[in-house]
Write a protein of this length. Sequence first.
Length: 131
Amino acid sequence: AGCASGAPPANQTPTVPDDAQKAVEPAAENGYGAYGKDENGDAPPTSTGEAEKASAAFTLDDVAKHASETDCWMAIDGKVYDVTKSVDKHPGGPAILKGCGKDATEMFNAVEKHGGKAREFLPSLQIGNLK
């Protein structure tokens, strides 16, 4: 029998459900450190829900209206991404700005380093699809 406080008896090791353990494990390597935060304590941009991403559709004219360092959207492989919050964190520095406001598919795919972490991180920035 356990004690009234809800803690296990002294001779019994408490068990932790598998999902609870996952919540305290470090996040996967994504450029935001072991616990999903960057050096400023900021988490990566939150992802839009899958249903919202699928229903939001933008034209290249829509994307072109967001072509600055402080408001940067780009299309890659038929999907539209708001990369504004990632501009300052981009490992390639200001190179990311060349893709703001346009279909950056060819440019993105031409960069060998975009094969790993960058591709894994893209879904968290997606805001819709190209019409």
